[in-house]
Design a protein around this ligand. Structure first.
Ligand code: S3P
Length: 166
């Protein structure tokens, strides 16, 4: 089976749905953000603070290249990963890309209290998030093999919908 690669904005539920898909199908789950943190022995927050976003993106790219040779794996990538063409072609090599889509209000509600999203650690997080989502929406749509509306339904129902679609 091809890998199933979950993409989408912060708060879309990629990690939760990925874990469920992995349990349901009894196949491994890789969360690239977790892998990056493990590789660097530090949190993404600290990486952004100490080395900056370009450094994070470099490690993200390395990790995605490394895992792109996998098969039969559920992969979830950070919200900015598919803005990079190399990442997209690596993820597409063995993978089917699934976009977990939700409107701004739902995403904002889910992550507004989060302290682990360095991109939103700004003076006006709501405005920042709106701008980021607008700038990325097209990219998510265009790289996805299919899109799942995650504005309704539990992570179980969303995982089930993905299984049925494949
Ligand atoms: C990012 C999303 C985060 C993480 C990093 C950058 C982004 O992952 O990769 O903070 O650019 O949207 P999640 O989408 O899992 O929150």
């Amino acid at each position: 089976m091809k890998n199933i690669v979950l993409i989408g904005f912060m708060g879309a539920g990629k990690s939760a749905v990925g874990k469920l898909l992995s349990e349901k199908n009894k196949i491994p789950f890789i969360d690239t953000d977790k892998l990056i943190e493990k590789k660097e022995s530090k949190s993404i927050n600290d990486m952004f603070k100490e080395q900056g976003e370009p450094y994070f993106r470099k490690i993200e790219k390395e990790v995605i290249e490394e895992i792109s040779i996998k098969e039969d794996t559920i992969i979830s990538v950070g919200g900015g990963a598919v803005l990079d063409d190399d990442n997209v072609s690596n993820l597409k090599k063995n993978g089917l890309i699934v976009y977990l889509k939700a409107p701004f209000d739902i995403l904002y509600d889910r992550i507004k209290e989060s302290t682990s999203r360095p991109l939103l650690a700004v003076q006006k997080p709501e405005e920042e998030m709106q701008a980021l989502l607008e700038a990325r929406q097209m990219a998510y749509e265009s790289v996805a093999d299919f899109t799942v509306d995650v504005s309704k339904g539990t992570p179980e129902e969303i995982a089930q919908e993905i299984v049925e679609h494949i």
